[in-house]
Design a protein around this ligand. Sequence first.
Ligand SMILES: Nc1ncnc2c1ncn2[C@@H]1O[C@H](COP(=O)(O)OP(=O)(O)OP(=O)(O)O)[C@@H](O)[C@H]1O
Ligand SMILES: [Mg+2]
Length: 610
Amino acid sequence: MSETLDDVDDDARLPRRIDWGLWRRLLVHVRPHARVVLGLVVCGVILAVVDLGFPLLTRAVIDAITVDAPDLAAVRWVAWAWGAAVVVFGALIWALIVLAGRLASSVSHDLRRAGFARLQELSFSYFDRRPVGWLVSRLTSDCDRIANLLPWFSLDLVWGPSLAIGIAIAMLAIDVPLALAVLLIVPALVLVSVLFQRRMLQSSRLLRRANSRITASIGEAVMGVRTTKSFAREDDALGEFSVLVAESRAHALRNAIQGAVFLPIVSTIGAVGVGLAMWQGGARTDGELSLGTLVAFMQFAALFHQPVEDVARRLADLQGAQAAAERVQGLLDTAPEIGDSPAVQAAIARATAEGASTPDGGRRDIAELEFRDVWFAYGDGPWVLRGVDIHAARGQTIALVGETGGGKTTVVSLLARFYEPTRGQILLDGIEQRERSLLWLQSSIGVVLQTPHLFSGTILENIRYGRDGATDDEVVAAATLACADAFITRLPEGYATAVGEGGARLSTGQRQLVALARAILADPQILILDEATSSVDTETEALIQTGIARVLAGRIAFVVAHRLSTIRAASRILVVDAGRILEAGTHDELLRKGGHYARLYRRNFATGVA
Ligand SMILES: Nc1ncnc2c1ncn2[C@@H]1O[C@H](COP(=O)(O)OP(=O)(O)OP(=O)(O)O)[C@@H](O)[C@H]1O
Ligand SMILES: [Mg+2]
């Protein structure tokens, strides 16, 4: 659960300033919807004008009736104008909600698609550093947050200043001294709004952080409930939870109090403005200043806090969403660490221009591969492989055995170019791996992992994933070879059985068989089986061995296994330990040698694992 907490802590950090550069870059995603934004901006300006109109109409009607001969025609005119203003106001609000909603959903959609596309391109090393939960929230809550902010931000930043400036201009145009008196409240309004928005932002962040901790704690408790119960630790769990709940309550209370204090203060400042207008203007109403003007000024003074408060709130929102914006932009900015080199890209472009499908000339058969003094470390970590040399030719099966953590999976991950060697080279038919295109490599290599991933869908679809366009017969043939056909046909729905999310409705062994069938269907030049049959029963495994032996003819295979029975048939066995290859040879050779392999074999044989 630490992933969630780190994430939350990141969110609770309040940036000092708004990073305008960052937001400007995110605005790129708004640009395709420029028309909607323009609509919002125009609506914002019209809305400000309508808001401004009501006090002016009030003024007109009061002035029309507080003279010796009331001007009824003018009153009628004002009534019509008022009605029109109300209709326009309603229409504007409707238009704004529609436009803002459309903009938010389009931007959210675009951001997610861009983020998703980037995730598909990124290398394994990126996912090593980022927990799945973290990535999911980037594409869900962060994108939503940014997308929902942008429309209201662009609207309020137009409406607020337009209205504030409009009020100031209208007041100054009507009566300068009175206008200046009312404008005295502006600095106070700005100060209070900015201060309070900052405070409220901070407390709402702390509240959100406390709530995420509660969510994480519930998740942890549910997942660990068997462990908690079996060690009789229910009281501890409850105690920790109570502390979290109390913390959340305290933040919620503070946030509510701040909100409750803020509104009265702002209204009071508005009232002071109204008072200033009455005080300064009241004395002049006998003749010099009309009653309508005075009332209009009082209304203006009461109106002023709205735009100031809104702009302050939007700026605070922006500051609050900055962490989310940084994370999303960070994801979009990440370049894949492994990709086609410029030379390879140029070769692909040339090949495409010449009409060939790949720069590798469509030649897929690989006769030999070589690891030449390969050193590797994950990120800044310690050496995991230290000078590995391997040579394999077509038709050979190389078995990797050794203690857990020795580096077997790492060797095959490098071969599949999930990672690149830190030092040394991997050569395919004498050409360095990096000088081939990724597409070529990926279509030449098939990988079956210990816990293979299936996509939700039917078994048929999952096997066909290995080769698009394979016929049903080909799928069944591959499944038969993988010994998967027997269990599949026993299922009530056979090949049409839905496997559930991630294949959850199949046992681990069944999933391995489906994944194996998928790899067989892909017909790769190099086949990698990393403990691919570890959860299959011994009898099925023996069957698979015969099937695989047939499949492996004419290819290069790398098989990782703890079960020595699986690898006895290999052309060559490599004993991998602490990142080095200690021994290499056939089963019989290594047994005769009486070294590591012999010990490993005897130990497993003695305990009956093999
Ligand atoms: N993604 C990773 N990031 C950092 N270190 C890793 C990563 N994967 C493996 N390691 C480290 O590299 C070393 C070799 O791991 P590897 O998975 O290659 O061993 P293995 O021989 O396949 O073990 P096992 O038999 O248990 O599958 C281990 O010490 C492991 O901690
Ligand atoms: Mg492994």
